[in-house]
Design a protein around this ligand. Structure first.
Ligand SMILES: [Zn+2]
Length: 543
C-alpha cells in the first residue's frame, strides 16, 4: 500500500516529489506527506473538502499561501485536458483531505477507502500552468459503494434490496455502506459518477454499461423518494424499454394457442380445461418438498451438463460451476427465489407453504439455471479482471432486461424440445400469463384501474384462478399492503421484452448466420453486453 503524489510546475518545481510514501491506513501508520518548498500556488483535490461540503471529484481547490484560494474552485473542464494517467492503485488507503501549504509538511488524513490517482490535469493559475495529479476514488469502487447506499435506501423504503447478489470484498459489502445520507446526496454523487465514468472508462461497452446502470439507480432513488413519475417513464428510466400494452386481439391469439395445446383435455369450455390441467399439476407440502429436493435437484444437474455440452463447448472455454442447491423453506413472502452466492454456486429456495404446479416447475429450472450460468461467467470475469462493479448484481437496471430475457430463452439455447404435452401446456399458459400480467400492471399503474378490475382481467384473460390473480397483485400492484411503494411494480416488463425484443431475435439471427459460438462468447465472456443499454452495440457484428 503506497501513495505517490507528484506536483510539478512548468516554470519551477515547487514541490519535492515524494515518491513512495507509505500509508497503512491506520492512525499509527506513517502518514503520507508532501513538502512544498517554494512560494507558488498549489492545488489540490480531494473527494471531500476542507469545509466539509462534498467536493466533487471534478472540482479543484486552488490554494495559495495560507488559506486564501486564488480560485475557489476550478471546474472540471480544466482537468479534462488530461494528458496522462497513472493507474496506480492505493488499496485500502484514501486521501480524505489534502492541503498543501507553503513550506509546510502537511499530513494527509487517511481512512479505509481506496483511491486512485488517475489524472494528470492542468490548472491555470495566474498565468502559470500547474500540472497536477488529481486524486479521486476509483470509478468501480465508487459505483459499488453507491450501489450499497441505494440498496440500503430501497430496503428501508420497500423491504427489498437494490442489490440482488454481491460477490465482492467484505469492506465494500452493500450492508456496510452508509444508511444515513439523504437520497439527494447520493443521487448527486451518482450523477457525478456518470461524468467520471465517461472520462475515465475507455472501453466503450463497459462505459455505456456503467452509465446505464447509474442512470437506472438515479431513477430508482428518485421514484422511491416520492418524485412524481409516470409508470411509462419509470419503466423506460429503469429498464431502457418502452411501456407496451398488448392489444386484446394479440391476447385472443395466445388464448387460441392455449386452446390448441389443451385439446386433449375434456371439458366444455376452455376455463374448465385449464382448471382441470391446473388441478392435476398442483403440488404442495411434503410432495413439493420431495419434488424440489429430489427431482428438481437431479434435473438441475442434467441442465448443468446440457450447458456444458451445448454452450460452453461452443464458447471454447469453461467456467467453474459448483452447482445449484435446491432447498425448501417456509414462511417467506415470496414463493421461490434464486440466490447467487460467491464461489460459483447458487441456492434455489421454494416456499412449500405455496401450491406450485409441477409442470411449470420443470420449466422454471431452465430459467433459474440460466441465471446461475450467467452469474458464473460474471464471477469469473470479475475475478480475472478485478473490475469491482461486476461484484454487484443490481436489480432495476438495464441488466435485468437481458438477464430475464436470456433466462426465458434458456430452452432455445439448449435446444430443448418438450415432448411432454403437459409442459407444452404449461409453457402456453406461461406466455399468456406473462402478457396479461403486463396488461394488468399497466391498468393498475398507468390507467388508474382498481385492483378488482386488474384481478378480474387476469382471471378472465389470463385464465388464472382468482387466488393466483390476487396473489399477483403483490408483484405488479403499485403499493404493498402496508401502503409503501411496491419495488416490483415495474419489473414484470423485463421478462417478456427481454426475450422478444432483445435476446430471442439476436439468438435466432446467430443461428441463421451460423454464429452461435460468437453469440455465446459475446453474451457470457463479456458481461457488459448484458444490458438493454449495450445489447445492440455488443451484437452489432451480427447485423
Ligand atoms: Zn428470473
Amino acid at each position: 500500500m503506497w501513495i505517490e503524489f507528484t506536483i510539478a510546475l512548468t516554470t519551477t518545481s515547487i514541490v519535492r516529489r515524494n515518491d513512495e510514501v507509505s500509508a497503512q491506513g491506520t492512525d499509527t501508520a506513517p502518514r503520507p506527506s508532501l513538502i512544498v518548498n517554494e512560494l507558488a500556488p498549489i492545488l489540490v483535490i480531494t473527494p471531500r473538502t476542507v469545509t466539509g461540503v462534498p467536493l466533487s471529484t471534478s472540482k479543484l481547490l486552488i490554494l495559495t499561501n495560507g488559506v486564501t484560494p486564488i480560485f475557489p474552485s476550478c471546474h472540471a473542464t480544466t482537468v479534462a485536458e488530461t494528458t496522462a494517467t497513472n493507474n496506480t492503485m492505493m488499496s485500502n488507503t484514501v486521501v480524505v483531505d489534502i492541503f498543501f501549504f507553503l513550506g509546510i509538511q502537511i499530513p494527509i488524513a487517511v481512512n479505509t477507502n481506496p483511491l486512485k490517482i488517475i489524472t494528470l490535469g492542468k490548472a491555470n493559475t495566474k498565468g502559470s500552468t500547474t500540472l497536477l495529479y488529481v486524486v479521486v476514488m476509483d470509478v468501480s469502487e465508487r459505483y459499488v459503494r453507491l450501489c450499497g447506499e441505494v440498496s440500503n435506501f430501497t430496503k428501508a423504503k420497500t423491504g427489498v434490496s437494490f442489490v440482488d447478489a454481491y460477490i465482492g470484498p467484505e469492506n465494500l459489502d452493500p450492508e456496510k455502506q452508509s444508511k444515513n445520507r439523504a437520497p439527494e446526496e447520493f443521487v448527486h454523487d451518482i450523477q457525478e459518477l456518470v461524468d467520471q465514468v465517461k472520462g475515465d472508462v475507455d472501453t466503450p461497452l463497459r462505459s455505456e454499461h456503467l452509465v446505464g446502470e447509474c442512470r437506472s439507480m438515479v431513477v430508482t432513488v428518485e421514484w422511491l423518494n416520492g418524485k412524481d413519475i409516470t409508470y411509462a417513464d419509470l419503466v423506460q428510466g429503469l429498464f431502457n424499454i418502452p411501456l407496451k400494452r398488448f392489444s386484446e386481439s394479440v391476447i385472443d391469439k395466445k388464448i387460441e394457442d392455449l386452446e390448441e395445446a389443451l385439446q386433449k383435455y375434456q371439458g366444455t369450455d376452455l376455463r374448465d380445461r385449464v382448471d382441470a390441467f391446473t388441478k392435476e399439476g398442483e403440488i404442495s407440502g411434503a410432495d413439493l418438498k420431495q419434488l424440489v429436493e429430489r427431482d428438481l435437484q437431479t434435473k438441475a444437474l442434467e441442465v448443468g451438463n446440457l450447458f456444458q455440452k451445448k454452450v460452453y463447448s461452443l464458447i471454447g472455454t469453461s467456467v467453474t460451476d459448483n452447482g445449484v442447491e435446491y432447498q425448501t423453506v417456509t414462511d417467506t413472502p415470496w414463493s421461490g427465489y434464486n440466490w447467487y452466492q460467491k464461489g460459483f454456486k447458487s441456492l434455489n429456495q421454494f416456499n412449500i407453504d405455496v401450491t406450485f404446479n409441477k409442470n411449470s416447475l420443470q420449466s422454471v429450472i431452465y430459467h433459474e439455471y440460466e441465471h446461475h450460468v450467467s452469474n458464473l461467467w460474471r464471477e469469473k470475469y470479475f475475478r480475472e479482471s478485478g473490475n469491482l462493479e461486476l461484484a454487484v448484481v443490481p436489480l432495476h437496471t438495464g441488466r435485468c432486461v437481458i438477464s430475464e430475457g436470456t433466462a426465458d430463452t434458456a430452452k432455445e439455447f439448449l435446444g430443448v424440445v418438450e415432448e411432454d404435452p403437459h409442459i407444452e401446456i404449461a409453457d402456453a399458459l406461461y406466455t399468456l400469463r406473462r402478457m396479461t400480467s403486463i396488461n394488468a400492471a399497466t391498468m393498475l399503474n398507468a390507467e388508474g384501474k382498481s385492483t378488482e378490475e386488474a384481478i378480474e382481467y387476469m382471471f378472465e384473460r389470463g385464465y388464472r384462478t382468482e387466488k393466483s390473480a390476487k396473489g399477483s397483485m403483490g408483484f405488479i400492484g403499485p403499493k404493498m399492503a402496508d401502503g409503501r411503494p411496491n419495488f416490483w411494480a415495474p419489473y414484470v416488463f423485463t421478462y417478456f421484452f427481454g426475450r422478444t425484443d432483445f435476446v430471442l431475435p439476436t439468438f435466432n439471427k446467430a443461428v441463421q448466420e451460423d454464429e452461435l459460438a460468437k453469440f455465446y462468447q459475446t453474451l457470457y465472456l463479456n458481461p457488459y453486453s448484458g444490458s438493454s443499454v449495450t445489447w445492440r452495440k455488443a451484437f452489432d457484428w451480427l447485423n
